[in-house]
Design a protein around this ligand. Structure first.
Ligand SMILES: Cc1cc2nc3c(=O)[nH]c(=O)nc-3n(C[C@H](O)[C@H](O)[C@H](O)COP(=O)(O)OP(=O)(O)OC[C@H]3O[C@@H](n4cnc5c(N)ncnc54)[C@H](O)[C@@H]3O)c2cc1C
Length: 379
């Protein structure tokens, strides 16, 4: 008969991507936290496959306040993050003749941004075939995030406060006895009154396994290509289509490009599909002045969305079950503020003033908005 060791703690976080790592870092000073990541190393799914961009206007009404509230953290990260996390880089939102209304609408939402006509737009995005450009908007804030260092820093902060991070734990089982969850794998059981569902694309699966209501989260595959980069492009802005049909930016010695595909997928180890790569390469070829650009590498990852595309942060109607998921295409850039918000909600504390000042409204993220009962309960 297999013997099981039982480890009591206060909070078990399921998933060790940037979301699980962030909430663990904010909780660990106050609670005994254990992060359980099925795979090794942590961060090999969405977190390890992102484009690493911080673009404050990105992600719609619900994500923007969390991005804004994260700017200070990226500008001055705590020492445990080991140095700068952000290389500043503006974003040029570009528009063709049929997209001028979209560009004007974005300009209305970003009062500090600079609007350019076709000539200046072409000068600032010299890689694009000029005839395609009718205007552009320069968003100065933002840049390239060192995602690996951000993720490692959150995990280090968790450990430094006494939290534990277990990677490669394999498949977990869930049971609830009284007011305590028992989460088990490989002969080990962690017992805690609270579990946090930070399982990314698998978050609905984890909810079902624990007997909580799934929320209809949909993972969507996005494909990223690297092209050779002319040396003079290092300081160029990120160039993004105003309707998010593509974006590209310098990335180390390459140019990172995506055709912004969003193909629904089951949760999985997403791989670049031949057709998606071909479509993206053909689009880049049509847009670019480079002669016959050929990708040097491609990867794919899953961006996971709630039906209303807002993050899911808060208590489930199942006692002791807390959600931190549905982070779409903005889970890295929002992670400092979203982690702080999630920890405050879980601990039942006041939302930090810097989040409120940035316009963060926790009700926008409540999981219960997506269930028929709508009733929130705490542990
Ligand atoms: C191509 C692409 C580009 C992107 N670009 C950007 C960008 O520029 N900026 C930005 O902010 N965001 C970007 N994103 C989005 C960002 O990567 C995600 O929002 C973020 O990484 C989500 O983090 P997560 O921790 O929720 O998910 P994940 O990183 O996927 O982590 C979830 C973890 O849970 C684990 N897990 C699942 N089930 C279990 C289980 N049963 N038991 C234990 N562990 C489990 C998984 O193994 C995984 O490691 C991009 C995403 C993609 C795919």
């Amino acid at each position: 008969m297999m013997t099981t060791t039982l480890h009591p703690c206060d909070v078990v976080v399921i998933g060790g991507g940037v979301a699980g790592a962030a909430i663990a870092a904010f909780l660990a000073p106050w609670r005994r936290v254990v992060v359980l990541e099925r795979e090794a190393p942590a961060g090999r799914h969405a977190t390890g496959r992102s484009s690493g961009m911080l673009l404050p206007s990105y992600g719609g009404e619900a994500a923007r306040p969390l991005s804004r509230a994260s700017l200070r953290f990226f500008a001055e990260p705590p020492g445990i993050f080991g140095g700068d996390l952000l290389t500043p880089r503006p974003t040029l939102h570009v528009a063709g003749p049929s997209q001028i209304a979209a560009l004007a609408a974005l300009a209305g939402e970003l009062p500090g941004a600079r609007l350019f006509g076709p000539t200046e737009a072409a000068r600032r995005a010299p890689l694009l075939r000029a005839g395609r450009l009718a205007g552009a908007l320069l968003e100065a804030e933002g840049g390239d995030i060192d995602v690996a260092r951000l993720h490692a820093g959150f995990l280090a902060a968790c450990r430094r406060s006494g939290g534990q991070v277990h990677v490669g734990v394999g498949d977990l089982t869930f049971a609830r006895r009284g007011s305590v969850w028992r989460v088990s794998a490989g002969g080990v059981t962690w017992a805690a009154p609270v579990i946090v569902n930070a399982a990314g694309a698998w978050a609905d699966e984890v909810a079902r396994a624990a007997g909580a209501a799934a929320l209809g989260l949909q993972p969507k595959r996005r494909t990223v290509l690297l092209f050779p980069r002319p040396p003079e492009t290092a300081g160029w802005p990120t160039v993004k289509d105003v309707d998010e049909r593509f974006y590209f930016r310098p990335c180390s010695k390459a140019l990172l490009f995506t055709a912004c595909d969003e193909t629904p997928s089951p949760p999985c180890d997403a791989q670049p599909e031949t057709l998606d790569v071909a479509h993206a390469a053909a689009l880049f070829s049509r847009l670019s002045r480079q002669p016959e650009p050929r990708p040097i590498r491609a990867w794919a990852g899953l961006r996971t969305f709630a039906p209303d595309r807002a993050p899911v942060i808060g208590w489930s109607s199942t006692p002791g079950f807390f959600w931190f998921a549905g982070l779409g295409g903005f889970g890295v850039q929002t992670s400092p503020a979203a982690g702080s918000l999630a920890a405050s909600l879980l601990l039942g504390r006041r939302i930090p003033g810097d989040l409120l000042d940035a316009g963060v409204r926790p009700e926008l993220y409540a999981p219960t908005r997506l269930t028929s009962t709508g009733a929130a309960r705490t542990a």
